[in-house]
Write a protein that binds this ligand. Structure first.
Ligand code: PMP
Length: 407
């Protein structure tokens, strides 16, 4: 395979850190946040060292440089996510802010009593709470489509819940707990036929190079830079320009206005309308650098490598007695949530940590899904293309050993 894992790992300095007791770090918490290649770290450092100034307003060369880098980063994000010409990329602080922007600016102004917002049982709190708030403000109702036993979206139930009352469908493209990926093209076709808009939470699909926007047909796409190897505090809402331009501002302040007077204020079109105040300029530059890095990879090979890691991990875990995996549908990103009979997820995480392995435990900001599964929480191992077969084998061996001690 044309994929030199050692060369790739050399790009990520943190992967060579030693943990307690001199153990090598095995970073399996990528769904929470991904690590950064040196090129992203350098881009941030270079920007602060050579090109930094506030954007858009400065009548001097440095501000022009800074503005042009910021706008270049925006163009990179649009291109990377396959945004068609009639879409616009708004920089936000991350997927959470993007979803809140949609729910507040679009939701509060377009929903009314009797309307429905269709979500699914596997949503992250970031794609639940903003809609609950929008429902409180407007009288609209949140409706949820079920998931099947294998963690996939129950399309029959989705179709049943989708009706002329549905004004927006907002779904995770990939679940941060189950790893399951929805059939976005099919969802989009059904949603459009019902006359509703589609918002996709792509926080977990973006790191795994899944479909571009034109393939999914989503009207709104929310992403976080830190999950795709860029800095924290940066993200994007990529949406149809026509819809964005029909939406009122979400926050007021500098840079988003055309003119301000005591008689009233007029607003600039998107994206500036939604970027009040000084944005996270450096975050956007780092986001762009992360995209440059991903584009330098053989993405097909990276995807194949992730699939191989997932298959090996899933296979090996199945031989551990009492272990149950949540999310077994075939179309998955490399996220494996599991429980082990009679053992608390935190005890597992503590034992693994002693061996240098980082995983996540808890409800993963998806409490309604935990209720559906009848669980308090799970343990979750989530992988990225820089993880190795050796790490997967070490993880399963260490987990097996931990289970034998904890039982
Ligand atoms: N949606 C999903 C599916 C997620 O996994 C996350 C992050 N865990 C978010 C939204 C929110 O992302 P952020 O915290 O970066 O805003």
């Amino acid at each position: 395979m044309n994929f030199d894992i050692n060369r790739i790992r050399a790009d990520f300095p943190i992967l060579h850190e030693k943990m307690r007791g001199g153990k090598s770090l095995v970073y399996f918490d990528n769904a929470a946040s991904a690590q950064k290649p040196q090129s992203v770290i350098d881009a941030v450092c270079r920007f602060y060292s050579h090109d930094y100034a506030n954007i858009h307003r400065g009548a001097y060369q440095l501000s022009e440089r800074s503005t042009s880098e910021y706008e270049n980063a925006r163009a990179k994000v649009s291109k990377f996510f396959g945004a068609p010409e009639n879409y616009c990329t708004v920089f936000t602080s991350g997927a959470t802010e993007s979803l809140n922007l949609v729910a507040q600016s679009w939701g509060w102004n377009n929903l009314k009593d009797g309307d429905e917002i269709l979500l699914s049982e596997m949503e992250h709190h970031a794609n639940i709470v903003p809609w609950q708030i929008a429902a409180q403000h407007t009288g609209a109702k949140v409706v949820t489509a079920k998931i099947r036993h294998d963690g996939s979206l129950d399309m029959d139930d989705f179709e049943k819940k989708l009706s002329s009352k549905t004004k927006i469908v907002s779904l995770a493209h990939a679940s941060n707990v189950l790893g399951c990926v929805i059939d976005a093209a099919k969802v989009s076709k059904l949603t459009k036929a019902a006359g509703a808009l589609l918002s996709l939470d792509c926080a977990q699909s973006a790191p795994h190079f899944l479909d571009g926007i034109s393939q999914t047909g989503a009207d709104f796409v929310s992403v976080s830079s830190h999950k795709i190897f860029g800095p924290t505090g940066s993200g994007a809402l990529i949406a149809k320009r026509e819809i964005l331009d029909s939406m009122p501002p979400y926050r007021g302040g500098g840079d988003m206005i055309e003119s301000v007077s005591w008689l009233g204020t007029t607003y600039r079109p998107a994206p500036e309308r939604f970027e009040a105040g000084t944005p996270n300029i450096t975050g956007a530059i780092g986001f762009g650098a992360a995209i440059d890095y991903i584009e330098s990879l053989d993405r097909k090979a990276a995807e194949a490598h992730e699939k191989e890691l997932l298959a090996r991990l899933t296979d090996a875990m199945q031989s551990i007695k009492g272990l149950r995996i949540f999310g077994t549908a075939p179309n998955k990103v490399p996220v494996v949530s599991f429980s082990i009979d009679g053992i608390h997820p935190n005890d597992i995480a503590v034992m693994l940590d002693a061996s240098g392995i980082a995983i996540r435990t808890g409800h993963h900001c998806a409490e309604p899904l935990m209720n559906t599964l009848g669980l308090q929480g799970t343990s979750r191992a989530s992988l990225a293309f820089y993880n190795t077969i050796e790490e997967v084998d070490y993880f399963t061996k260490t987990l097996d050993h931990a289970v034998s001690i904890l039982r």
